[in-house]
Design a protein around this ligand. Structure first.
Ligand code: DOR
Ligand code: ZN
Length: 429
């Protein structure tokens, strides 16, 4: 099976290659990158005027399987990924049961192999049942294929447990992905604490709830020497703490979501529960700081925190709705709108943050397009316009506050291991 991608602008930061060229794919691998490649019997993808990137990697998604299949499954979540231009996702363990042992890591891998449209890399829990008390079987999960550990959705409140988790994860060279939230400070909050929470009459979540945990985990990263990755950074204070930690040489990395660099807490004003997310949408100064952090390299990664919920769960009063919004199918368009077109990130830098850096942090031999690399390829049309329609999402989750937005700059082809899974904005499976 041969595939020939013709005439696109190749954006391959890992190989420092930014030129118009063709890519020949054979047997799931990249066989050649050069000008004017001729190949017999190859399927041709015309990419003139388009951007050809190493397959995008979303290192923070919730696929909800096992146990929460009404919200999403591995089949539907990976189709949403393919539509969004992602060739790989790392999935969080807050399923039912929680992925805290080898058998569940293996279950996800086998399910992904039989039903998945893109590569799936499981993330194991830090603690058993993500209850924050007893460490999960981290080494065993690594042997089964886990690429990181996290109790995402719930913080590890006990600092000694987190210290031990870091020491243990370090032995297996696994990053610890920290959902930074002090639950005692969150209390009953449902949105960012500030002017708008007062006006809207909703209980607030102070920025400090995130920042005290970011500070703690940076201190523990320094103490243990472990690799710590801060999930969904949302406040100016967090960005500054991570910037300082990096200056000191502490092994910390960080991600930001499209919703946190696009929306402020003002968006909660219509009481649309799809704006309810954890951490919450923050103030305008925080959004600016997250963008600054992306620009200056403090924030290494763009990840969606794709968190599907059912319509029934979300169609309730604001305070009763679960936290989370879907993100896979709007991420690239929002990144172009908020970061690339305003000149905050170049396309090269965007590819670093949404492909190269996630691959490096998770230890995947991906995120590059050289000869011999896995043929995971994303092609983006920077001029293509589309109006977001949640009813057309491949995801089961319709909880997006971006419904009705016109996005410009969209993935038009997704190739996974040499196989086309999305072409011209339609799944090919
Ligand atoms: O909004 C969120 N939803 N934040 C999280 O950390 C977890 C996620 C979920 O699992 O729904
Ligand atoms: Zn989280």
């Amino acid at each position: 099976m041969k595939l020939l991608v013709k005439g696109g602008k190749i954006i391959d930061p890992a190989n420092n290659f930014f030129q118009v060229a063709d890519i020949l794919v054979r047997d799931g691998k990249i066989a050649a990158v050069a000008r004017n490649i001729e190949a017999d019997n190859a399927e041709i993808i015309e990419a003139k005027g388009k951007l050809v990137m190493p397959g995008l990697i979303d290192m923070h998604v919730h696929l909800r399987e096992p146990g929460l299949e009404a919200k999403e499954t591995i089949a539907t979540g990976t189709r949403a990924a393919a539509m969004g231009g992602f060739t790989a996702v790392a999935c969080m363990p807050n399923t039912k049961p929680v992925v805290d042992n080898r058998a569940l890591v293996e279950f996800i891998k086998s399910r992904a192999a039989s039903e998945g449209a893109v590569h799936v890399f499981p993330i194991g829990a830090i603690t058993k049942g993500s209850e924050g008390i007893e460490l999960a079987e981290i080494g065993d999960m690594k042997l089964a294929g886990a690429v990181a550990v996290s109790d995402d959705g719930r913080p590890v409140m006990n600092a000694q447990v987190m210290r031990l988790a870091m020491q243990y994860a370090q032995m297996f060279d696994l990053p610890v992905i920290s959902h930074c939230e002090d639950t005692s400070l969150v209390a009953e909050g449902v949105m960012h604490e500030g002017y708008h929470s007062t006006v809207f009459g909703l209980k607030g979540i102070t920025s400090a709830a995130e920042e005290v945990m970011v500070a703690r985990d940076i201190i523990l990263a320094e103490l243990t020497g472990a690799r710590v990755h801060i999930a969904h950074v949302s406040t100016a204070g967090s960005v500054e703490l991570i910037r300082m930690a990096k200056r000191k040489g502490i092994k910390v990395s960080a991600e930001a979501t499209p919703h946190h660099f696009t929306l402020t807490d003002e968006a909660v004003g219509n009481y649309d529960t799809s704006t309810k997310v954890n951490p919450p949408l923050r103030g305008a100064g925080d959004v600016r700081a997250v963008k600054d952090g992306l620009r200056d390299g403090t924030i290494d990664v763009i990840a969606t925190d794709h968190a599907p919920h059912t319509v029934e769960e979300k169609d309730v009063e604001y305070q009763y709705a679960p936290f989370g919004m879907v993100g896979l199918e709007t991420a690239v368009g929002l990144a172009f709108r908020e970061l690339v077109r305003p000149g905050i990130l170049s396309v090269e830098e965007l590819v670093m943050k949404i492909s190269c850096n996630p691959a490096r942090i998770l230890g995947l031999n991906k995120g590059h397009l050289g000869r011999g690399a896995d043929a995971d390829i994303t092609i983006v049309d920077p001029d293509l316009k589309e109006t977001v329609d949640v009813n057309k999402f491949a995801s089961k989750g319709k909880n997006s506050p971006f419904h009705g937005w016109e996005l410009i700059g969209l993935p038009v082809v997704t190739v996974v291991g040499g196989r086309i899974v999305m072409r011209d904005r339609k799944l090919v499976l």
